[in-house]
Design a protein around this ligand. Sequence first.
Ligand code: NDP
Length: 286
Amino acid sequence: MSLLGLGAMGHALAAALIDAGHPTTIWNRTPGKADALVARGAKLASTVRDAVSVSPLVVTCLLDHGSVQETLGPVADVMAHRSLVNLTTTTPNQAREFASWADDHDVAYLDGGIMAVPAMIGGPGSAILYSGSSTVFGDHKPVLDLWGESTYFGPDAGMASLYDLAMLASMYVMFGGFMQGAAMVGAAGVTATEFASRTTPFLAAMTAGFSGFAAIIDAKNYTGEGQQSLEFSDLGKIVQTSIDQGVSPDIIAPVQALIRRQIAAGHGKEGFSRIFEELRAGKKGT
Ligand code: NDP
C-alpha cells in the first residue's frame, strides 16, 4: 500500500501497517516526517508519482478536500486502474465529487471516515466507516481492519462521511453542553475538574436513553406513554439559571428554541424527542 500524508493520523495509520508487517510506501509533502517510520521498515517515496506508481492501493490521509485534489490531480494518469481509499475528512458532497473524479480516471474509489484519534488506531475502540466501491472494501478489508473495525455503508461514496459528521455533530453538542454546565457552576467557584467528576458518570448513564428516543422517532410515536412532554422540558429554569450566574446561555438556548417552536405549533403535550421533527423541517430559528 502507498500512504500519502504523515500528519498525526497518517503517521498512526502507517505505524499500524508497518507493525503488522504490511509492505508500506509513504509520502509526505514536507520532508523529514518519515524518518521514524522508515527506521521501522517503511519505504519512502520522494514524489507523489513515485508513491502512487508502486502500489495497486493508494490511501490518502491529508488535511482536507483541497489538499487531496492538489496532491492527486497532477498524477491522475498513474492513478488509473488503481484503488484509492480516501480517509481525509470531507463533506458527503466532496466525497461524491472524488468518486466522480475517480470514475472519470478509471480509479476505484472508497471513502472513509475515521472514528478514532491517532492513539487509538489499531487498538480497541477504533472504528472506520467506509462507503463507495464494494470491490475495494471487499478486496482490502483484512488490511483496513488493521486500523480498527471496518464497516461498509453502501455504494454512495458520501454515506461514510455523512455518518462521520453526524456522529461528530452529536459529540460536539454534548461537549458544548459540558462547557455550558461547567461555566454555570464555574461562576460559583466550582472547578471544571470537579464538575467533570460529577458529570461524566451522569452523562454516560444518560446515553442509554438514545435507544428509547430512537424507537419513538422511528415510530413517530410522540404521544406514547412515559415521555417527558415538551412543556415539562421547557428548559426555562436552566436558561434562567445560566443568565443569573452571569453565563451566556448560548449552548442551551437553541435547544429551548426548538422546544418552544414545537409548543407554539401545538405539540406541547408530546414528547421531548419531537424536536427531531423541528430539525428535520429544516427551518432556521428566529
Ligand atoms: P495533520 O494536520 O496532523 O496533518 C495534515 C497532513 O496533510 C500533513 O501530512 C500535511 O502535510 C498534509 N497536507 C496539508 N495540506 C496539504 C497540501 N495542500 N498538499 C499535500 N499535503 C497536505 O492532520 P491529521 O493527520 O490529524 O488529520 C488528517 C486527516 O485525518 C484530516 O482530514 C482529519 O480530519 C482526519 N482525522 C483526524 C483525526 C485526528 O484525531 N487527528 C480524527 C479523525 C479524522 P505537511 O506535513 O506537509 O504539512
